[in-house]
Design a protein around this ligand. Structure first.
Ligand code: C2E
Ligand code: CA
Ligand code: CA
Length: 592
């Protein structure tokens, strides 16, 4: 008995120990579970698990998401999967998105859905597996409405102009591509208007950028008011707008819209009670007639707009192929000119200027030619303007000055020694602040007497800032370089600059010289220019003398110097040398 008692006692103690251990474990497990639930509830993601269509676990966010109350949970109601499905705005879509969970219960899924409250959710669905057995499915749903909204906002910002809220360049291109695709399919036409405000700078400069911005918004609103709902208005930047007109029936339709837009600009815009009238110029291109891709279509409308500006602004202009040909030709010449500069493909021809009182060689004008091929000599009228437009003229002018200095050097010790050489300089060259220093540098490098250099300027240089023109002239004169006004009488002939500036020669334009012996009015003009020049202490040169009669009148009127085909055409350095030698012989015979 004692033995059995002891044994029982031992068992009893061990049982008690086990019980205590279990109790401890139970407490521990409960604690862990409570912690887990708290953690579970703290998550902002709705998390719940299903087994056999019934909810097993659910956190606080999921209770809210499913529209339940805490009581629903406490009462241990059976919560079915439908509860969840009913919260979705498109249940069918979701079921088809998640059909894989039916086919393979161990699959993991990730996707998106919209809830009936309009919010967007991202979900993860993972199977719960214990000891190799599937026991249910866990769903985590995260509200991403704000992220979506921000993404949408970013997308909007990337595609819209911040000032006017209109589609920007990126979006216009997209819209245009889309419209072109549709038009191909429907065999219809698209019109593209490129609208640019005329002299918009005026508002920015006089009223400030803020008012300028206000005007742009106002203009955008006005434009919108004349367009139909299907037409797309966008802003490319600055004061440039575009309109895409889809499915246009005929040109008249486009013209009507253009006219309405131009009319809009007649309504004044007020800034602090001051009236402003800003007009616009419109260029039009049409797809597929002018182009079948968006970049090309915009480029051609832009080109047409540029033409509208050139034709006087406040008008519209339709793109035409001639326009493009001219532009292409220009681009072509520009690139060929670049090569010509690098390859040194220019030559100078020289035309003598004769003193009319004694028939001696007074000076020589250098005229550039472009030796395009061995046979083809291109005259300056077909490339100087283009070179002026694209700025290449500066390099060409430096080439001419360099070549002229080398020529003067070459003339030393010949009949042409100490004969001044005149060069044609454009307004663009003259406005360059490095111009004078460059000229001096080239002269000094070649060790040339600057008094042998004469610069022929046109009156257009006086459109530049007059005080800087004065300074440039003074600097040139400080080293004895001579200056003449070319084509005098055709530009803006102002007496003020003749009075204020130190000019040596006036060149009467050849249009007044031509037929001067037959036309009394031309003769009166020529006489007046000779008088003004002489009275101001300048020498007067007549260019374009083609006949003995013309020369006789000019000599009679007291013109100092003559130049023209009658004496000599512009010729090579070699022929000029022969001409000068011959002239010397004739003159010395006369002297005898
Ligand atoms: P420009 O400075 O008025 O030069 C006179 C132009 O008239 C020259 O044409 C000359 O060949 C031409 N000419 C001379 N005598 C007569 C005549 O009796 N009758 C007629 N009908 N024409 C005559 P070119 O050489 O073709 O030059 C044309 C224009 O190109 C020049 O007009 C000048 O503005 C410009 N140019 C020429 N060389 C240069 C240059 O090196 N640099 C710059 N910037 N322009 C140049
Ligand atoms: Ca000239
Ligand atoms: Ca001239």
């Amino acid at each position: 008995l004692t033995l059995a008692f002891n044994e029982l006692n031992e068992i009893n103690t061990s049982l008690k120990d086990n019980l205590a251990e279990n109790k401890k474990n139970q407490l521990y497990l409960e604690k862990v579970l409570a912690k887990q639930q708290a953690l579970f509830d703290a998550s902002t993601e709705a998390v719940f698990s299903f087994n056999n269509n019934e909810i097993e676990n659910i956190n606080q966010a999921a209770i809210e998401f499913l529209g339940l109350t805490p009581d629903d949970i406490k009462e241990n109601k059976k919560l079915s999967y439908d509860l969840f499905l009913n919260r979705l705005s498109n249940k069918q879509q979701f079921l088809s998105d998640t059909v894989e969970t039916k086919e393979n219960e161990r699959t993991t899924l990730h996707g998106f859905f919209e809830a009936i409250n309009g919010n967007y959710y991202e979900f993860y669905s993972v199977p719960e597996i214990t000891e190799g057995h599937y026991i249910g499915r866990m769903w985590c749903c995260r509200d991403i409405t704000n992220i979506r909204k921000n993404e949408a906002l970013l997308l909007y910002r990337a595609n819209h102009d911040a000032l006017t809220e209109l589609p920007n360049r990126a979006m216009i291109l997209e819209e245009l591509n889309h419209a072109i695709k549709l038009s191909k399919r429907h065999n219809s036409k698209i019109g593209l208007l490129f609208i640019d405000l005329d002299d918009f700078k005026k508002i920015n400069d006089t009223a400030g950028h803020q008012e300028g911005d206000r005007y742009l918004i106002e203009f955008a609103n006005r434009l919108q008011s004349v367009l139909k709902s299907g037409d797309i208005l966008g802003r490319l930047g600055g004061d440039e707008f575009v309109v895409i007109l889809e499915d246009i029936k005929n040109i008249a339709h486009i013209i009507q819209i253009n006219q309405r837009i131009l009319k809009l600009c007649e309504v004044p815009f007020y800034i602090k009670d001051k009236k402003y009238h800003i007009s616009c110029s419109i260029g039009v291109s049409i797809s597929p007639d002018d182009a079948i891709n968006s970049d090309e279509l915009i480029r051609k409308a832009d080109m047409a707009m540029y033409q509208a500006k050139k034709l006087g602004k406040n008008i519209y202009h339709l793109f035409d192929n001639k326009l493009e040909k001219v532009a292409l030709e220009k681009v072509n010449i520009e690139s060929q000119l670049r090569d010509a500069i690098v390859n040194d493909d220019f030559i100078l021809h020289f035309q003598p200027k004769i003193s009319l009182n004694n028939n001696s060689l007074h000076s020589v004008e250098a005229l550039i030619r472009w030796q395009k091929t061995a046979q083809e000599l291109v005259y300056p009228d077909s490339f100087i303007n283009i070179a002026e437009e694209n700025g290449l003229i500066k390099s060409i002018t430096y080439w001419v000055i360099n070549k002229a200095c080398k020529t003067l050097k070459h003339w030393q010790g010949t009949v042409l020694e100490n004969i001044p050489l005149s060069l044609n300089i454009t307004a663009l060259d003259f406005s360059d602040k490095h111009f004078v220093d460059q000229v001096f540098k080239i002269i000094d490098k070649n060790a040339i007497n600057p008094a042998l250099i004469e610069l022929e300027l046109t009156e257009s240089i006086f459109l530049n800032d007059i005080s800087s023109v004065k300074k440039t002239i003074a600097k040139l004169k400080s080293r004895n370089i001579k200056l003449s006004i070319d084509d005098f009488g055709t530009g803006f002939s102002s007496f003020a600059y003749l009075r204020d500036l130190d000019i040596d020669f006036l060149k009467i334009d050849k249009s007044f010289v031509f037929g001067v012996h037959k036309d009394p009015k031309s003769r009166a003009i020529v006489k007046s220019i000779i008088d003004i020049g002489s009275n101001l202490g300048m020498k007067v040169i007549a260019e374009g003398i083609e006949s003995e009669n013309e020369m006789a009148i000019l000599t009679e009127e007291g013109c100092h110097i003559g130049q023209g085909y009658y004496m000599s055409k512009p010729v090579s350095d070699e022929l000029l040398m022969q001409y000068a030698t011959k002239l010397n012989i004739i003159n010395s015979k006369k002297g005898n």
